[in-house]
Structures are given as structure tokens and as C-alpha cells.
Design a binder for this molecule. Structure first.
Ligand SMILES: Nc1ncnc2c1ncn2[C@@H]1O[C@H](COP(=O)(O)OP(=O)(O)OP(=O)(O)O)[C@@H](O)[C@H]1O
Ligand SMILES: [Mg+2]
Length: 285
């Protein structure tokens, strides 16, 4: 797969700030993949997205899109990317349609935003002023806005934040469809369920450095515990014991338990991405 963009030794300090926020990070994002940037609050995820989308330009290191230095790219760059900001950005006094008409006019490429509004279940609210929208409605409109120019690369900062499970699924399905059609996605999220469902690879950003970069599956293998939890009945009470899965067949106390007790349930103990997040975020690089 071709590299869509690559980041080499990126460093960044906000103007007038004392400390550097991004402390030398490097990674590649391949064309057609969904890449997740994860990490605790304040780690620098949104900052990285702002740098990658040319909103913050005073950085050190090199970023290139399909081999071309980001600093040398003209405004034409914005024709190819779609950006979903962390906090929804729309004109509150305008209706949803008026907002989309305006933002759409900034691009050469045009899409049928009425169709998109229907997909995210906002079509019947299209003539409502955005200041009368709920948080979830604003987030969905924000997502539609990111797709207005039929982009090749989507940057999504906490895109399902504040959405109910039904709407969250609609957005996730649309992200997967975008990928199926050849699009590349860079997203940040705190929601490990979203990571499981969407991301091909993830990087963990901790204190402005990359602590891990891998596939969700490999991370689970690396940090995962291989355990079997056995629940059994004893004197009318439910008790449980945890066994290491390695050499389980030779484990006498496990075999005795199976033979002598009434087994209620058997669970394999897989480390969740939430657990891994907490381990990696606490590594204190
Ligand atoms: N405009 C700014 N000026 C100065 N410092 C900033 C600015 N924006 C963010 N920061 C600081 O940069 C650091 C990283 O912030 P950033 O918003 O990138 O974190 P984040 O990982 O996106 O967090 P969250 O998960 O809460 O969205 C924080 O310490 C924050 O205080
Ligand atoms: Mg953020």
C-alpha cells in the first residue's frame, strides 16, 4: 500500500507556551487505512490533527503527503482533505442547509449534501437554525461538513462524541464505506469500541511521544492475559477461580475443579483495549 502521508520527527510548541507539546513523533499512514491516534486527555492528539491539516504551521520535522512536503502544498490541499473538528464549527444563526451551502461553495468538488443529511438523519431538521440543534445534531452536521468536498483523506477528531449508539453506528458505517471506496482516515478517539470497530492501526500518544504503534490485534496479543475464569457452585454459593491458559491440561487444581464441582460458566479473559489504554497511558515515558 502506498503511503498517504508520513510524519518524521515532528515537534511542536504553542506560541508563548513554556513546554513543547509534541516531542518528536514519527509515523506513516497508508492509503486506504483507518489510523487511530489514541491517548489521554491533553496528550496532543488534536494538536497533531491541526498540524497535519495545516492549521498550525510552525512545527519542526517533516510531514509529506504522497511524497510532497506539506509546507510546499498550496491551498489546493484543502480540496483533497475533509476535516471533522473536535468541537462542531457552524454558523449558529444559519440553518443546516445554509451552512452546508456556504461551506460547499468553498470547494471545487461538490457532493449532494441532501443525501448526506438523510444518511445522518438530519434531513427533516435541515431548515432549523444550528443554534437550536442538540450537541449530537451538531456533531452529525460537523461530520457531513467533513465530507462536502468528496475528500481523499478524512481527519476526524472525536467524531462520535456525544452521539447515541444508533447515530454513532451510522457515522461509523459511513467511515467504513469511505474506506471501502479507497479513502484514508486519520481519527482520534477516547472510545475503544470505536477503535475495535474502525481502526486498522493505532498509535498511542503519551506526553507528546508515541508509546505504541500497532494493530489492535497485536496490542491485545502483546498486553493480553491468557486466562480462563471458571465459575462453579460450592455450598449453594457461586465461586470463581482464574487459571493461566498455558498448559491448562496439566494443571491439577483445574482438572480437579472440572471433575468435582458443578461448573456454571467458563470465560476466557481477554485484555480489552480499555485495559491496554490504561497500561500504555500510565507508562510515563
Ligand atoms: N491553543 C493552545 N495554546 C496553548 N496550549 C494549547 C493550545 N491548545 C492545546 N494546548 C495544550 O496542548 C496540550 C495538548 O492539547 P490537545 O488539545 O492537543 O490534547 P488532546 O490529546 O487532543 O486532548 P483531549 O483528549 O482532551 O482532546 C495540552 O496541554 C493543552 O493544554
Ligand atoms: Mg483533543
Amino acid at each position: 500500500m502506498e503511503t498517504a502521508f508520513s510524519v518524521i520527527d515532528l515537534e511542536f510548541t504553542y506560541p508563548k507556551a513554556k513546554n513543547q507539546v509534541i516531542n518528536g513523533i514519527s509515523f506513516d499512514v497508508c492509503e486506504g487505512e483507518i489510523f487511530g491516534l489514541l491517548g489521554p486527555s491533553g496528550a496532543g492528539k488534536s494538536t497533531v490533527q491541526k498540524i497535519l491539516t495545516k492549521l498550525l504551521t510552525d512545527y519542526d520535522g517533516r510531514i509529506s503527503y504522497f511524497g510532497e512536503d506539506l509546507k510546499s502544498l498550496s491551498k489546493e490541499f484543502y480540496e483533497y482533505i475533509g476535516v471533522g473538528f473536535e468541537l462542531p464549527v457552524s454558523f449558529g444563526k444559519l440553518t443546516a442547509i445554509e451552512n452546508l451551502k456556504f461551506f460547499s461553495s468553498l470547494y471545487k468538488n461538490q457532493v449532494d449534501y441532501n443525501e448526506l443529511l438523510k444518511r445522518v438523519d438530519l434531513y427533516s431538521d435541515r431548515n432549523k437554525k444550528v443554534c437550536e440543534f442538540s450537541k449530537g445534531m451538531k456533531m452529525r452536521l460537523n461530520f457531513v461538513r467533513a465530507l462536502l468536498n468528496n475528500p481523499k483523506i478524512l481527519f476526524l477528531d472525536e467524531v462520535t462524541n456525544g452521539l447515541d449508539p444508533k447515530n454513532s453506528k451510522i457515522i461509523k458505517d459511513m467511515i467504513l464505506e469511505f474506506k471501502e471506496n479507497g479513502g484514508t482516515v486519520f481519527l482520534t478517539t477516547h472510545l475503544m469500541g470505536d477503535v475495535e470497530q474502525l481502526c486498522d492501526r493505532v498509535a498511542f500518544l503519551v506526553d507528546g511521544r508515541i508509546a505504541e504503534i500497532s494493530t489492535p490485534r497485536e496490542l491485545k496479543q502483546k498486553y493480553g492475559r491468557r486466562e480462563l475464569i471458571v465459575e462453579y457452585k460450592e455450598d449453594k454459593n457461586i465461586k470463581s477461580q482464574t487459571f493461566d491458559m498455558n498448559k491448562l491440561g496439566d494443571n491439577q487444581s483445574f482438572l480437579t475443579l472440572l471433575k468435582e464441582k458443578h461448573i456454571e460458566t467458563l470465560h476466557s479473559g481477554e485484555t480489552s483495549l480499555e485495559d491496554i489504554f490504561i497500561i500504555v497511558a500510565g507508562m510515563g515515558l
